[in-house]
Every structure is written in structure tokens, then in C-alpha cells.
Design a protein around this ligand. Structure first.
Ligand code: 13P
Length: 256
């Protein structure tokens, strides 16, 4: 199996940006630019924007996702959103374990596992984020750390369920910093994640899983990153809020 048979996925992570009205405008601006995309196109938006984004995306090839979900089905968890609530409104993609959740909101490998479990149980597709800090990279523990994050998150996930998992490698030092990992660095860790999946499941599962790179990916650097043999797509922050830039990244994967 080779890269060509894996599903290439470019997903925007809007983070805490855009009102519902702005979400509608942004989706409407992106849609015509990406209609011929040769990859899956996703936009993950704040919860309050999901309805508007979904309405605006109707009849287009843009799939709308959320940026997190809770591990419980319901209950006393003020401020949280259950996976079933997303599924009930027709949302079937969710980002789990983003480094900003881990960094600022106390998410651990265990809560990331629990949220992944809940999302899969609700029938959602999960974009599972893993990645190291600069300090961890300098300590030389990137491989162990990323493998551990992957293993803990996927504990108990069946091979069948793995078909609804995309993994995003996002080195923290490259997020929102304008400092991209080199294509070699990105590919090296994506390959390592693929090997981890082979170890956890089997060769075919590792070859089949879509692994994205995320961290300051933009119109200028996307082609080189996406040309790497183990980089199957991108999780895009800042550039996903700019229609032309987001479309250029999609164009890069389409050409690659
Ligand atoms: P930037 O593309 O803004 O660096 O963000 C990457 C990211 O965190 C996507 O989830």
C-alpha cells in the first residue's frame, strides 16, 4: 500500500474565532475555491458556529466538525458538550486532544482517551492530536512521547473503529509561531506514528491511517510538507481563516 491509497484530508481548526454570521461568510467564501479539491475538506469550528457553518456548507464538499467533546453522555459538566449532542445535530467530525486543550485546560492523555472513546461511541470521526513541546524535543523524547500519547488515546479502540480516526501530529513549538517543522521533521514523526499504529494493530492499519501535520502550515510551505511520504494532510489553524490561503493548501495536496 502506498500514500496514494490513503485519504488525504485538509482540515481547518478555527480555534476561538468567528461569530456565527462570520462563520457563514467564511464557509461561503471558501466553498467555491475548494469545490474541485482532490482531498477531503473539513472545517472545525467553535460550537456556537456549527449550525451556521453547516447551513452554509450544505451542497458543498466542506464537512463541518467540532473542536472538542466531553467523555460523558450527559450530566453535571457545566460548559461541556457531549459527543451525542454533536451527532444529533449532524456533526460527525471532532478534534480531540489539541495541544491548546492540553496546555490551557488541563487535558491529559487519559481525558484525551476518554473523549476519543466517547466520540467514537457516538459514531464520530476523531482528529486525534499528538505532539511534543520544544523542551521535550530538545530532551530527545519526541518519539517516546508521541508514541505514548497515541497508545493511551487509542487504548481499547478496535481496528474497525480506527477507520474513523485521523491522527494529527502537531509539534507545540510550531503552532501559531510561524516556525514550521521542516518537511523531514514532520515526516519523521508522522512515520513514527504510523509505525506505532502498525505495532498496536497491524501493517494494513498503519498503512491505511491518515496522518496530518499541523503547525504553521501555509500556502507557501504546504506543498513540500504534503509531498512527504507519511504526511497525508494538514490541520490548519491561522491559514484556515483566510479563504485564499486555505484553498492554496488544498490545491497543494491536490497537485501532490
Ligand atoms: P497554526 O496553523 O495557526 O499554527 O495552528 C495549527 C493548529 O494548531 C491546528 O490545529
Amino acid at each position: 500500500m502506498n500514500k496514494a491509497v490513503r485519504k488525504a484530508v485538509i482540515a481547518g481548526n478555527w480555534k476561538m474565532n468567528k461569530t456565527p454570521e462570520e462563520a457563514k461568510e467564511l464557509i461561503s467564501a471558501i466553498a467555491p475555491l475548494v469545490k474541485d479539491a482532490g482531498c477531503d475538506v473539513m472545517a472545525c469550528t467553535p460550537y456556537v458556529d456549527l449550525w451556521a457553518a453547516q447551513e452554509a456548507a450544505k451542497g458543498t464538499n466542506i464537512q463541518i466538525g467540532a473542536e472538542n467533546c466531553h467523555w460523558a453522555k450527559s450530566g453535571a459538566f457545566t460548559g461541556e458538550i457531549a459527543a451525542d449532542m454533536l451527532a444529533a445535530m449532524g456533526i460527525n467530525i471532532v478534534i480531540i486532544g489539541h495541544s491548546e486543550r492540553r496546555q490551557y485546560f488541563g487535558e491529559t492523555d487519559v481525558t484525551v482517551h476518554d473523549r476519543t472513546r466517547a466520540a467514537l461511541d457516538a459514531g464520530l470521526t476523531v482528529i486525534l492530536c499528538v505532539g511534543e513541546t520544544l523542551e521535550q524535543r530538545e530532551q530527545g523524547i519526541t518519539s517516546e512521547l508521541v508514541a505514548m500519547q497515541t497508545k493511551i488515546a487509542l487504548g481499547g479502540v478496535s481496528k474497525e473503529e480506527l477507520g474513523r480516526v485521523i491522527i494529527a501530529y502537531e509539534p507545540l513549538w510550531a503552532i501559531g509561531t510561524g516556525k514550521t517543522a521542516t518537511a523531514q521533521q514532520a515526516n519523521e514523526v508522522c512515520a513514527l506514528i504510523r509505525d506505532t499504529i502498525k505495532e498496536l494493530y497491524d501493517e494494513a492499519a498503519g498503512e491505511g491511517i491518515t496522518i496530518q501535520y499541523g503547525g504553521s502550515m501555509n500556502a507557501a510551505n504546504a506543498a513540500e510538507l504534503l509531498a512527504q511520504p507519511d504526511v497525508d494532510g494538514g490541520l490548519i489553524g491561522g491559514a484556515s481563516l483566510k479563504p485564499a490561503d486555505f484553498a492554496a493548501i488544498i490545491e497543494a495536496v491536490t497537485k501532490g
